[in-house]
Design a protein around this ligand. Structure first.
Ligand code: 5AD
Length: 365
């Protein structure tokens, strides 16, 4: 049974016709809290229609390479936090990373995402690696190395990096403080400012279901994403890691995560949004459901097989057993299950695709 209030909230968010942020916030909160089966179908189908009409019924593929599990931070949710003495640490060398990127390229993938703990790697070393990857061919390089000084982001952009992912985790200073030791929300905001000013296609995101997080917090974060005009948004459920202070906390709700993806799609028709690995690592693989809720990116793992289990930000990561040789079939099959077809291009954000002369990856007008 679909409530009138749910129809109204959906229409409000979809038309982006809000007399005030508080009205939008209320509508988003209602959508996030939907649990009735008819209402969830309506929400997710509407989100998919919005996505398909603005950027096509296609799923982009990004190869994830986890370059180092070393980290100087103490984030209370993450298994790589520096206080975790049980974590096994590794760092890939430049040649290993380039080798993973070549492997992805040879499997038809045209974006590589380099991600690591905040390990303080020398910025020049990263720049050299980026330059090497750009020599492989027309491949986009996305970085996800956390907070670094602006001049290092500039150096990496100069070396050829195209995109950067830096999740805000929460726009609420108190909630943010409850997640991180010795970190300030302002410095994360400054990093996001710098990345956007430097011309990166910029992504952000949050975990869903972190202890203390409410629908109001998530609604505020979605409004923040919309206003900032990010090109990419990543959202996955919080999964408690046994070697963190939140070991006994419950996992985030899959339903709320899917609702958040659908709500984000209504607010940001063109944004690239992954069916996150965290969603694939719960009781079942929920990534096709994410695609059926408005997501349109998949990030298969291209880290060296033996390193994957060591990059343990949360337990039970599905990718550990993924076989690279089957990646094309697996992408095709997940896309199909999600009602999409695979877009094997770099799939830049529309505004950047035009600048880069890649109108073909910009999708329908
Ligand atoms: N559960 C779910 N997601 C997590 N991340 C880190 N730790 C966890 C966890 N325990 C997410 C954070 C980070 C991204 C790389 O992974 O949002 O930004």
């Amino acid at each position: 049974m679909i409530r009138e209030a749910a129809r109204y909230a959906l229409a409000r968010v979809k038309t982006r016709n809000h007399s005030s942020d508080s009205e939008l916030r209320k509508a988003l909160m209602l959508l996030l809290e939907i649990s009735d089966p008819d209402e969830t179908v309506l929400l997710c189908e509407t989100a998919c229609t919005v996505r398909n009409e603005s950027s096509g019924a296609r799923m982009a593929v990004r190869a994830l390479v986890e370059t180092s599990s070393l980290c100087n931070n103490d984030c209370y949710y993450c298994g790589l936090n520096r206080g975790n003495k049980k974590a096994h640490r590794y760092k890939l060398g430049r040649e290993d990373i380039v080798c993973c990127a070549k492997d992805a390229f040879s499997h038809g993938i045209r974006t590589v995402v380099l991600q690591s703990g905040e390990d303080g790697t020398h910025a020049g070393e990263v720049a050299d690696t980026i330059a090497d990857i750009k020599k492989i061919g027309d491949i986009a390089v996305t970085l996800s190395f956390g907070e670094r000084p602006r001049h290092e982001y500039a150096l990496w952009k100069e070396a050829g990096a195209d995109r950067y992912l830096l999740r805000i985790e929460s726009t609420d200073p108190e909630l943010y403080a409850s997640m991180h030791r010795n970190r300030k929300l302002e410095s994360r905001l400054e990093c996001l400012d710098a990345l956007q000013e430097l011309g990166y296609q910029t992504g952000s995101g949050i975990m869903i279901g972190f202890p203390g997080q409410t629908a109001g917090h998530i609604a505020d974060d979605l409004i923040f994403f919309t206003k900032r005009g990010f090109e990419m948004i990543g959202m996955g459920p919080f999964i408690p890691h046994p070697d963190t202070p939140f070991a006994r906390a419950p996992s985030g709700s899959v339903r709320t995560t899917l609702n958040a993806i659908a709500a984000a799609r209504l607010c940001m028709p063109n944004v690239w949004m992954p069916a996150t690995t965290a969603l694939g690592s719960m009781d079942k693989d929920w990534r096709p459901d994410a695609l059926r809720s408005g997501a349109n990116v998949l990030m298969p793992n291209f880290s060296p097989q033996e390193k994957r289990k060591l990059y343990s930000i949360y337990p039970g990561k599905r990718c550990i057993g993924e076989r690279t040789a089957l990646v094309q079939q697996e992408c095709e099959s997940i896309a199909r299950a999600g009602g999409l077809t695979v877009d094997w291009s770099r799939a830049d954000a529309p505004a950047f695709a035009v600048t880069l002369g890649k109108a073909s990856s910009a999708g329908p007008a």
